[in-house]
Design a protein around this ligand. Structure first.
Ligand SMILES: O=C(O)CCC(=O)C(=O)O
Length: 291
């Protein structure tokens, strides 16, 4: 399958002729639309070629410090199995617990890529903090959207970011990616001979990859933890990993931006997937006086 077909041009909003919503039409992020198209194009070419792109230093020192301070008291128990990592702290349902990471979830540079890859009104599938502690073994390699049982090779059904809140180094558990594995067919798994790259990057940087790319958390051979925040997104017609529809409080929905609300389920996949009592879910916000 050619690279172009892996990232087919998604329908424009205007082409979404089946959007029957009268008031709350499908929409995209205004901030993402303002990102320099040359940057988005370069990121897309890297994604098509390699299956991942590292975008360095998107966060300032103050932002990193704020995220660290917000996450530190929330991080506690370690993983329950080898996938989560027995020496890895994982914090789930992050949007319900802190606003400090919203800037990662809705970063315009990331949404600009998602706007190119997915249909309008794509969803946030999960957001978690991952703190890999010293002595942790490498996570087994996997492709994030493998649980959607649609044969590969195919366009991605999900996509992920891993944000380096601590610097990612060769030793401390930087995400390991398998370049080019996003185009592999079903049944092909990474072997010893396949090239693997550690996403070494300064704090405040992000590695972005489609859900079809083989990757995993690295082994932490250093003496310090490696803190990351990962956000995953999916097509608007798929089930999300975290069930935000049930788990978000009204206070959280009130506090987040329009872009976040849309990604958290206050949106439909036209013509009506996601409706509430036959109406657009944003009617609930209208009725509650949340603008
Ligand atoms: O922590 C990382 O670098 C990646 C973790 C990951 O891929 C996962 O938990 O699904």
């Amino acid at each position: 399958m050619s690279a172009e077909k892996l990232f087919p041009e998604v329908e424009t909003l205007a082409a979404l002729g089946s959007d029957l919503a009268g008031t709350h039409k499908a929409s995209r992020s205004e901030a993402a639309a303002r990102v320099d198209p040359a940057l988005v194009e370069a990121d897309m070419r890297a994604l098509e070629r390699d299956g991942y792109v590292i975008i360095e230093s998107l966060l300032g020192e103050d932002e990193i410090a704020e995220i660290k301070a917000a996450l530190a008291p929330l991080l506690g128990h370690t993983g329950r199995n080898a996938f989560e990592g027995h020496k890895t702290q994982r914090l789930y349902a992050v949007p319900e617990k802190t606003r400090a990471t919203d800037r990662l979830i809705e970063h315009p540079r990331i949404l600009a890529l998602l706007d190119r890859i997915f249909l309008p009104n794509y969803l946030l599938s999960q957001c978690q903090a991952i703190n890999i502690m010293p002595g942790e073994a490498a996570q087994y390699l996997h492709a994030d959207d493998g649980f959607y049982r649609v044969p590969r090779p195919r366009p991605p059904l999900g996509a992920a970011t891993v944000w380096a809140i601590d610097e990612f180094t060769e030793e401390n558990g930087a995400t390991v990616v398998v370049p080019g594995s996003h185009v592999w067919p079903d049944g092909r798994m990474p072997g010893e001979d396949d090239r693997k790259i550690k996403a070494v990057m300064p704090a405040g940087s992000v590695v972005f990859y489609p859900g079809t790319l083989w990757h995993g958390g690295g082994a932490n051979l250093s003496a310090a933890p490696r803190l990351a925040v990962t956000c995953q997104y999916c097509e608007p017609w798929l089930r999300t990993q975290e069930n935000y529809f049930l788990s978000l409080s009204p206070e959280t929905v009130k506090a987040v931006s329009e872009d976040m609300r849309r990604m958290l389920g206050y949106s439909i996949y036209p013509p009506f997937m996601g409706m509430v009592n036959g109406m657009h879910p944003k009617r609930l916000l209208d009725e509650a006086g949340v603008s």
